[in-house]
Design a protein. Structure first.
Length: 460
């Protein structure tokens, strides 16, 4: 069955009729109490917007509405803390006819500046219970208490979409309260994403390995100033990656060229300095026609000394634009993501056996618990990066005693996001100066770094 698009849902007579009915019920209740027709902010209207029931949908909330629509279509049970007027629930229920909804709201006016929450939240609850009697369950309680009760009642099975949009400084406690009721993988939408407490809670969850960022779903970027998106749940935690998880491990970083270690993992290595035993191996020697041919290896040695890593330089390959390599790996010519095509078996390339064998020998020598290397798209489409990715993947499949991670640049999703350390990373870049200036060449150089887990047994 084809899923309705966001435009299909938001313009459908069924949604518009329900939206009008819900808004009118809230407006009538507020008018009868002699209060202005206004509610707190939500996915359809601006915060404190008076006469919202006669207004168009707020353009500023369009990204969050689109994200909620998309996530609802991929979910079975949606739980929300901070129901307000119920507009997020209404959009989600119309986006997926099979979705069930749990709403939790204190329903009390905690600030004098707020509209009459105690009036319109119960009205919204009753409206939903009449309109969707078999698809909704509500709790007029504090956030953690309501979540704990929902977990105990389990009205619709595991929760795989969670929206936290009430208090700003209790998000981790709220997730703790609902943790045992989550599906193995659950989307977590954090409202008020600009708030410092919210950002800190997201960072803490990621650092603990209990959540990970979701960069892309399809082709839609699901982030804005109004909300943040994470993937959480027991399954994510079991397989979670974090800086704390990598600490005290033995880590082998396999890169093609001197400077790749800093470009793609400089912040990670700076974070792990003194916490993990790190070995950095470059597999290609500098080409003879570069401005920095004679300085690159010394620069990389200095970088490794600064991060407390052991450096290894392999002698078998020289950096160059191999014409023969392009007969094996074909990169796209359009401006899309650099997804390569393997047009000939890579084992037939004269370098492949040397690279894979050398990587395996390093693993046997250093006994790493984690191996990190280039990704399948060569980050920005570099064919030598793609070749080494497959060579290290083959070696990891033979070694079997280490998890394999790749750099996450230009991959659709990440298992680990490492906050950028621009000052430390700039000092590492300085080792390659003045002949080289990656900060100017590569616009991602000082961004947060991402890493993705790879199953080496899935060898091409």
């Amino acid at each position: 069955m084809t899923k309705p698009s966001y435009e299909d849902v938001i313009n459908s007579p069924a949604f518009l009729d329900d939206l009008s009915s819900l808004n009118q019920a809230i407006a009538d209740g507020l008018k009868q109490a002699g209060e202005p027709v206004a509610i707190n902010g939500n996915v359809c209207y601006a915060h404190m917007q008076e006469d919202f029931h006669t207004s168009d949908l707020a353009p500023s909330m369009e990204p969050k509405r689109r994200a909620l629509h998309r996530l609802a279509q991929e979910s079975n049970c949606f739980a929300e803390v901070g129901v307000a007027g119920g507009h997020a629930g209404l959009l989600a229920l119309h986006s997926n006819p099979g979705l069930k909804y749990i709403g939790i709201d204190l329903g009390q006016r905690l600030r004098a500046s707020w509209p009459q929450v105690d009036i319109y939240v119960p009205i919204a609850f009753r409206w939903f219970e009449n309109r969707f009697p078999d698809r909704v369950k509500f709790y007029l309680r504090p956030a953690t208490e309501g979540l704990e009760q929902a977990v105990q009642d389990r009205p619709f099975g595991p929760i795989n979409l969670l929206h936290l949009d009430a208090q700003k400084n209790s998000r981790v406690a709220e997730l703790d309260a609902v943790w045992s009721g989550l599906a193995d993988r659950c989307y977590l939408i954090q409202g008020d994403n600009r708030n410092g407490h919210v950002q800190a809670s997201s960072a803490r969850l990621v650092e603990q390995g209990r959540a990970r960022p979701v960069n892309l779903i399809g082709q839609e970027t699901l982030h804005s100033a109004n909300f943040g998106l994470l993937e959480t749940g027991p399954g994510v935690a079991r397989n979670g990656l974090s800086l704390d998880v990598l600490a005290h491990q033995r880590i082998l970083v396999c890169v093609c060229h001197q400077d790749d270690e800093t470009l793609f993992a400089g912040s990670l290595l700076a974070h792990l300095k003194g916490r993990a035993e790190v070995f950095v191996a470059s597999f290609f020697r500098p080409a003879s026609n570069r401005r920095d041919t004679d300085t690159r290896e010394a620069a990389m040695q200095k970088v490794c000394e600064m991060i407390g890593a052991t450096r290894v330089q392999l002698p078998f390959a020289v950096e160059s634009d191999y014409p023969r390599l392009r007969r094996f790996i074909r990169m796209p010519t359009d401006d899309g993501l650099p997804e390569p095509e393997i047009v000939r078996p890579l084992r037939r390339h004269p370098l492949f056996g040397l690279l894979s064998g050398s990587a395996y020998a390093l693993m046997k020598q250093f006994a790493p618990t984690t191996v990190i290397t280039h990704n399948r798209v060569g980050e920005y489409g570099h064919v030598e990066h793609v070749l080494l990715h497959h060579a290290v993947k083959q070696a990891s499949a033979r070694y079997t005693d280490a998890q394999m991670l790749t750099f996450g640049l230009n991959l659709p999703a990440a298992d680990l996001t490492v906050p950028s350390l621009p000052e430390q990373k700039n000092r590492l870049f300085d080792c390659y100066m003045p002949q080289w200036n990656g900060r100017r060449l590569y616009d991602f150089a000082l961004d947060d770094e991402t890493f993705a887990r790879v199953d080496p047994q899935e060898f091409t």
